[in-house]
Design a protein around this ligand. Structure first.
Ligand code: SF4
Length: 214
């Protein structure tokens, strides 16, 4: 669907306001490399960032490379990540992901969404988060916040993450994709919440077409 100039202007104005409201918007997972962000993002499924940060504070001291995850006895890895929930699946995903990283990519993270998302346990959303925040790429990562806020703000009429990603990429200039993602996540987390959005204190209230706003 073609995007009108007016829509692009409204979208940029919304971004400017969100930038002023959340100047510190960023991924709230702690990491010191793209590989660590990949691990943290896998652990963050169905878990809070704060809990993941508690776990990775210890985990990253002991497990530094993909080889460390592959070599570790599975029970030991499960124990180390247990507080993040779904620890058996996550341990399996981490091991499978690191195995493939070593076998197919020489232990280095590939730098496209498609290649990263081909790793076990890594979806398009995770791949986009890692590429956008730790590898200097421009990406749109559609998580639950981005999806909801984009829908309420009329940036998309789709429910499907891949279509929402396309719609947002069409709407925003490429050099703003990663920033737009982090701003929409923060807005969703702190103001445009799922159950009780705080519309009356929202900085983009006048630009929001959501029919249910008070
Ligand atoms: S006005 Fe309400 S629904 Fe619209 S973006 Fe703001 S918080 Fe979300």
């Amino acid at each position: 669907m073609a995007v009108s100039e007016e829509e692009r202007k409204r979208a940029l104005l919304i971004l400017e306001r969100l930038e002023r409201a959340y100047p510190d918007a960023r991924v709230e997972l702690n990491y010191s490399s793209a590989f660590e962000l990949l691990v943290a993002t896998i652990l963050a499924a169905q878990c809070t960032d704060a809990k993941v940060n508690q776990v990775t504070a210890e985990l990253f001291k002991k497990y530094r490379t993909p080889e460390d995850y592959v070599k570790a006895p599975v029970e030991e890895l499960e124990d180390a990540i247990r507080p993040t929930g779904f620890f058996r699946n996550k341990a399996k995903a981490l091991k499978g992901c690191c195995q493939k990283l070593i076998e197919e990519f020489g232990g280095q993270l590939p730098d496209t969404v498609e290649a990263l998302a081909s790793l076990p346990g890594v979806g398009r959303k995770t791949a986009s988060i890692v590429l956008g925040n730790a590898m200097g790429k421009q990406t749109i990562a559609v998580d639950t916040h981005v999806k909801r806020v984009a829908q309420r703000l009329g940036f998309t009429s789709s429910n499907k993450p891949e279509q929402i990603e396309k719609d947002l990429k069409e709407l925003f200039p490429e050099d703003k994709w990663t920033r737009a993602t982090n701003l929409l996540v923060f807005h969703g987390r702190y103001t445009c919440k799922a159950r009780k959005p705080n519309c009356l204190e929202c900085v983009v209230y006048d630009l929001c077409p959501w029919p249910e706003k008070p």
